[in-house]
Design a protein around this ligand. Structure first.
Ligand code: NAD
Length: 258
């Protein structure tokens, strides 16, 4: 049975009720996990307020600011986990960023700074957060990140984010090999296109979604809740033999040649 009772789960990447991380948080909560939620703070505290209201029904026992480009925020977030939970069982890495101008047109126009920022936030952050999680996962653990087909195939306009996702999927394999002896499993879910704040920055996202609805074996795209279900599975003992993998939750689109 899928049971996460007593598990301490840190979920990053909730911005609003469309976020994939919101679907994940709800499913982990439903499975019995105790949640810690991080949000990306802004100057006016608007994100803090919005995310706090949204996640309130899930009774998170930790609610922390964490901009992954800010070393001090990362350290204080994990210090709070150490002092209040004393351990971590589940880490959900569900965040990414690239400049809107780098998500259309040609990849050869990508600026050095845009490339570095996309890689730093979307890829390096998994390595950085895993490093902090490792000492807290003495009883083993599960780390799950979110990727997209554009990391292994060319998807129009996905551009620099495709390169970031390729690096992310390679990071999953290297982290899985390093952390496996400590019984920490590291996997990625490759989700089909879903309308969210982040995906709306990708040029032609609605056309991508319509294309998937026409071509995918299930003739539709997927929901945040379906992704959340697969994440809950990967975090549970039912998936105890699975690590270093990319699991497609995309209504089957990935298998199609045409
Ligand atoms: P979203 O906009 O709801 O979530 C992106 C999150 O990244 C936001 O919560 C944002 O606050 C966070 N973020 C951005 N910069 C950050 C930083 N410096 N520090 C901390 N957090 C930061 O969009 P989403 O689609 O739910 O994206 C979540 C993940 O799912 C991303 O990795 C995305 O690439 C991946 N994904 C999305 C789709 C899709 O179609 N929506 C498909 C496959 C994979």
């Amino acid at each position: 049975m899928l049971d996460l009772t007593g598990k301490k789960a840190l979920v990053t990447g909730i911005a609003n009720n469309r976020s994939i991380a919101w679907g994940i948080a709800q499913q982990l909560h439903k499975a019995g996990a105790n949640l810690g939620i991080t949000y990306l703070p802004d100057d006016r505290g608007r994100m803090e307020k919005k995310v706090a209201e949204l996640v309130d029904p899930l009774n998170p026992s930790l609610f922390l600011p964490c901009n992954v480009q800010d070393e001090i925020q990362i350290q204080s977030a994990f210090e709070a986990i150490r002092s209040q939970w004393g351990k971590l069982d589940i880490l959900i890495h569900c965040l990414a960023f690239a400049n809107k101008e780098d998500l259309s047109g040609g990849i050869s126009d990508t600026s050095r700074s845009g490339f570095s920022q996309a890689m730093d936030i979307s890829t390096y952050s998994l390595i950085q957060l895993s490093k902090e999680a490792k000492p807290l996962m003495q009883e083993g653990g599960s780390i799950v990140t979110l990727t997209y087909l554009g990391g292994v195939r060319v998807v129009p306009n996905y551009n620099v984010m495709g390169i970031a996702k390729a690096g992310l999927e390679a990071s999953v394999r290297y982290l899985a090999a390093e952390l496996g002896p400590q019984n920490i499993r590291v996997n990625a879910i490759s989700a089909g296109p879903i309308r969210t704040l982040a995906s709306s920055a990708v040029g032609g996202i609605l056309d991508m979604i319509h294309h998937v609805e026409e071509v995918a074996p299930l003739r539709r795209t997927v929901t945040q809740m379906e992704v959340g279900n697969a994440v809950a599975f990967l975090c549970s003992d039912l998936a105890s033999g699975i690590t270093g993998q990319v699991l497609y939750v995309d209504a089957g689109y990935e298998i199609m040649g045409m």
